[in-house]
Write a protein that binds this ligand. Structure first.
Ligand code: KIV
Ligand code: ZN
Length: 520
C-alpha cells in the first residue's frame, strides 16, 4: 500500500543500549508483548552477537511473540550475520538488519576502508543475510553525513543484492528537516532500482529534530520509520514512537499516510518502558508526559470547559488515558473552580463563589496545587483556624542500615499535648508511618509514593508526594525536606491532617452533599 508507513520499533535495541543497566530477558519479553499489543510492524529485539544474554532475548522473543516481524541487528560481518540469523529463525516473520558506516568520517576514521571496499562489504553482507533470511534490511550508518552520490551507489548495491528495506539513519542527529527531505529526494530520483525496496529512516535527537526529520522523510516518500517508546536511545535518543504515530493520526489531512499502531496502547507502553527501563519521562514530554493533557491557565481551563477542542488537538482517550487533567492553582479561573466544586458533589445553590474564590486564591498562593480534598476542606471550613493543621511533627529519629531493624521514634503535638511513639517496619519510612499511626490512630494506607529532587547539590531538597487511602476518602500529601525520610514523614502528616479535617467536616458534608460519600 502506497500510503502505509511501517512502524519499526527499536526500543529493545537502540533504546536498550543506552540504559544504565541492561534489561533481563523476562523484562524484554514483557516489553515485546506490549509492543505486539501496540501493533508495531517490526520489533528490533536486540543485537544477538553483542552478548549471550542478547542472543537469548532475541531468540526467546522470536519464539514467543506473534504478530510483528522480529528483527535482529548485525554488523556487515559474517559472524554477526550468522548469529543473528540463528537468533531470529524461530520467528513467524524473521528479519536480519545489517549495517555499515558509509560517511567519510566513518569510512576513514572508524573503518579504515575505501568507498570501493565499503561497496564490496555491502554486497557480501547483504547476500549472506539474504541466503539465510527472506527479509533483509540494510542500513547506511551515518547516511545523514554521507556524500549524496556515494549514498546512491550504496543503496543501489544493497537493493541489487536483495535487501528489501533500506534504512537511511541520521545516526548523529545532524540533519535538519529540509536537508533530510533533500537526502530522501536524491535517493528517490537517482537510485534506479529504488522502487524495489522500502526506504526507512532512523533519526537521532541530538538537536531535538528526530521526529521532525522522520516526518519530513515520510512526506518525501519514506515508508518505514524507526522509533522508540518515549524516545529513549543512544545519547539524546531516537524519534519517539508516540510522537511519530500521533502526528500521522492528528495531521492525516497534511500527511495522508496511515500506520497500524493501536494508539490506545500508547500510554500503557510508555509507562511500562519508563518503569522497566528506569528512565523517567519529563512532565512536558509530547503525547505521554504527565502534563501533556493537563490545563493550568485560567483562560485555557475556561476554554476547555466550553469546548475541549479549544486547547486539545487530540483526545486523551486516543492514547489510552481516561481523561484530561485540570490543575487547580492560583491561575485557575472562577469557572474552573465552580466546575470542580460541582463535580465534587456540591449543588449550585451551596456554592457562594464570591466568598469561596478569594479564599481559594489565597490558599493556592500558599500551597501551589490545590487537590480535591483541599477544596472540600476549604468549602466546609467556616474559619481560617479550621483549615490549620491539627497535628504537628515535633521530633523524628530513625535508625536503619544493613543488618539493623529499621525503627523510628516520633513525637507529635496536637491540641497542646505532645505524644511520643516508636515502631519498627520494613524500612525507615515504613517505621515512621507506623509510629505516626500509633499516635493518631487513623487507618491510612499509602497507595502511591513519588520522590522528586527539587534542587541540585548535596543540600538538595527532596519532595515526596503520596496518595493515601483512608475510610474518609483518598488524599494527596506533599512534604519537602533535605532529608527524604523527613520529607516522607511530612507528606504523611499532610494526609493525617486532611483525614482529621475530613472527620471534623463529615457531619456538615453529609448534610450538604447529595451522594453518600465524596469522591476525592
Ligand atoms: O543510529 C544508527 O545509525 C543505528 C544503526 C545501527 C541503524 O542505530
Ligand atoms: Zn541509532
Amino acid at each position: 500500500m502506497k500510503n502505509r508507513v511501517v512502524i519499526f520499533d527499536t526500543t529493545l535495541r537502540d533504546g536498550e543500549q543506552a540504559l544504565p543497566a541492561s534489561l533481563s530477558v523476562q523484562q524484554k519479553i514483557r516489553i515485546a508483548r506490549q509492543l505486539a499489543a501496540l501493533q508495531v510492524d517490526v520489533i528490533e529485539a536486540g543485537f544477538p552477537i553483542s552478548s549471550p544474554g542478547d542472543f537469548e532475548s532475541v531468540e526467546t522473543i522470536a519464539r514467543e511473540i506473534k504478530g510483528p516481524a522480529i528483527c535482529g541487528l548485525a554488523r556487515a560481518v559474517e559472524k554477526d550475520i550468522l548469529t543473528c540469523a540463528k537468533a531470529v529463525k524461530p520467528a513467524e516473520r524473521p528479519r536480519i538488519h545489517t549495517f555499515i558506516g558509509t560517511s567519510t568520517i566513518h569510512r576513514e576514521k572508524k573503518l579504515h576502508r575505501t568507498p570501493e571496499e565499503i561497496l564490496a562489504l555491502v554486497t557480501q553482507s547483504v547476500k549472506l543475510a539474504r541466503s539465510k533470511c527472506d527479509d533483509v534490511q540494510f542500513s547506511a550508518e551515518d547516511a545523514g553525513r554521507t556524500e549524496p552520490e556515494f549514498l546512491c551507489r550504496v543503496v543501489e548495491t544493497a537493493i541489487k543484492c536483495g535487501a528489501s528495506t533500506i534504512n537511511i539513519p541520521d545516526t548523529v542527529g545532524y540533519t535538519t528537516p529540509e536537508i533530510f527531505g533533500a537526502i530522501i529526494d536524491n535517493l528517490m530520483n537517482n537510485v534506479p532500482n529504488v522502487d524495489k525496496a522500502i526506504i526507512a529512516v532512523h533519526c537521532h535527537n541530538d538537536l531535538g529534530m528526530a521526529t521532525a526529520n522522520s516526518i519530513t522523510a515520510v512526506k518525501h516518500g519514506a515508508r518505514q520509520v524507526e522509533c522508540t517508546i518515549n524516545g529513549i536511545g543512544e545519547r539524546a535518543g531516537n524519534a519517539a514512537l508516540e510522537e511519530v504515530v500521533m502526528i500521522m493520526k492528528v495531521r492525516k489531512d497534511y500527511l495522508n499516510v496511515t500506520c497500524n499502531v493501536a494508539t490506545t496502547e500508547i500510554m500503557r507502553s510508555s509507562r511500562l518502558v519508563r518503569d522497566l527501563c528506569g528512565m523517567p519521562v519529563q512532565p512536558n514530554k509530547a503525547v505521554v508526559g504527565s502534563n501533556a493533557f493537563a490545563h493550568s491557565s485560567g483562560i485555557h481551563q475556561d476554554g476547555v470547559l466550553k469546548a475541549k477542542q479549544t486547547y486539545e488537538i487530540m483526545t486523551p482517550q486516543s492514547i489510552g488515558l481516561k481523561e484530561n487533567k485540570m490543575n487547580l492553582t492560583s491561575r485557575s479561573g472562577s469557572h474552573m473552580v465552580k466546575n470542580r466544586l460541582e463535580s465534587l458533589g456540591y449543588a449550585e445553590k451551596d456554592i457562594d463563589l464570591e466568598n469561596f474564590y478569594p479564599r481559594f486564591k489565597a490558599l493556592a498562593d500558599k500551597k501551589g496545587t490545590i487537590f480535591d480534598d483541599d477544596m472540600v476542606a476549604l468549602m466546609e471550613a467556616t474559619t481560617v483556624e479550621e483549615m490549620a493543621d491539627a497535628y504537628k511533627l515535633e521530633y523524628l529519629n530513625v535508625t536503619g542500615g544493613r543488618a539493623v531493624i529499621p525503627t523510628a521514634t516520633v513525637r507529635i503535638a496536637c491540641e497542646g499535648k505532645s505524644t511520643q511513639e516508636a515502631a519498627s517496619g520494613d524500612g525507615v519510612v515504613d517505621a515512621t508511618t507506623k509510629a505516626i499511626d500509633r499516635i493518631v490512630g487513623f487507618d491510612i494506607t499509602v497507595r502511591d509514593f513519588h520522590l522528586d529532587s527539587v534542587s541540585a547539590g548535596q543540600e538538595a531538597l527532596g519532595r515526596v508526594k503520596i496518595i493515601a487511602v483512608a475510610p474518609e476518602g483518598t488524599f494527596a500529601g506533599v512534604g519537602t525536606s533535605t532529608d527524604i525520610v523527613e520529607a516522607s514523614a511530612l507528606a504523611y502528616m499532610d494526609v493525617v491532617n486532611k483525614v482529621h479535617r475530613m472527620r471534623k467536616f463529615a457531619p456538615r458534608l453529609r448534610s450538604r452533599l447529595s451522594g453518600p460519600t465524596v469522591s476525592l
